[in-house]
Design a protein around this ligand. Sequence first.
Ligand SMILES: [Zn+2]
Length: 425
Amino acid sequence: MPAQALATLNPETEEQDRRASVINELEEDESVDEVEHSTQRGAPNTGTTPANAAAQPDIGILPSGQTQPSAPDTPVAANVDLNDVVTAPESELLAMQLDTLPMPRPAQPLALLGSEVLPGTSARLAWSPGIQIPGLSQPTPVLAVNGIHAGPTLCLTGAVHGDELNGIEIVRRTIYDLNAEELSGRVIGVPIVNLPGFQQGSRYLPDRRDLNRHFPGSPDGSLADRIAHSLFENVIRHCDMLVDIHTGSLKRTNLPQLRADMNNPDVATFTQGFDRMAVVHSSGSPGMLRSAAVAAGIVAVTLEAGESHRIQEHQIEAGVNSLTSLMEKQGMTSRMFVWGDPEPVYYDSDWIRAQHGGILFSEVDLGAHVSEGEILGYVADPITNAQYPIRANSNGRVIGMAVDQVVMAGFAAYHIGTEAEIPAE
Ligand SMILES: [Zn+2]
């Protein structure tokens, strides 16, 4: 049963007003907002289907090798062994690579960011959104692996929110584990999309905007619009599939899980490739990278793993394993080992909010299976010594939760997933 929590917002008293303002601030938190405002599973889809994709040239699901021909004088990206540790690049990253051109090969080069990545090679490229002072410009690294065999293009994006670190490491491990000479298709990774935010330990862009509310962006809009537009046009449109990697925010942690619009048949089918990952239906919000990609005909999901500001080994491993499984299911890689036929677990979900301010102490762990009425934790009032239990409102699993902290009334504390039917093919 999807959330109805916001329906309780009918402020009549000052207390309720205050609670409403707290909840409004939380609207920037995709972990909560995205789920609570989601179109119900099975409901008619509005807007984010790839229906208009066919009308747009040069995008969407192109069979590999049918990318637009590049200009004859496009520089060829140097083939690098991504396992080699390198010295930090100078700002003239692209120019640096031109000295060591590999032997040219004729078939299916990947034209990306002003370079060509030849089949069977890997490259470090650079994306520059063009919003900085040119002399101080610091390009954002993009890793590209163009497989020796034809296949789909998978894109991985991390740190769209600059303080979400697990995804950076998930992208690094996944890409550096690939061998271009065995890969079918292409993998393009942007480990740190929001480089300024990352450097400041901030979720946001320098103008305090949330980049993940501005896709596909606009070339003459706000700073966030322009960065979103540049990434979308220069990188994302090259993708057939996109996994945008996030974590919980505001001291909340997530069981590794996909957020996917299960009302979109292509997206629903795509989720079946992710091993035994939890899948939470969410139709997505306007401006999210995932929603914009789906609207452009690119199958896309959000992968949530863990919490912000932290590097969490278990969460990273789960993310890497699911992406490894995905590439296998998409026919991009083949591994010797077989895990059987694991399937994702699909959830409908609901956030439970604290009804009182105080200090939250949880009684359950992330991933716990809980029963309706079970106490999940307490909010303790440090002055009056009152303790307010928070109870599960259904049988299900704790797929996201706040870490112990000071909370205000209205804070979304526990995300309870109820197993849903596996969608039909
Ligand atoms: Zn995020």
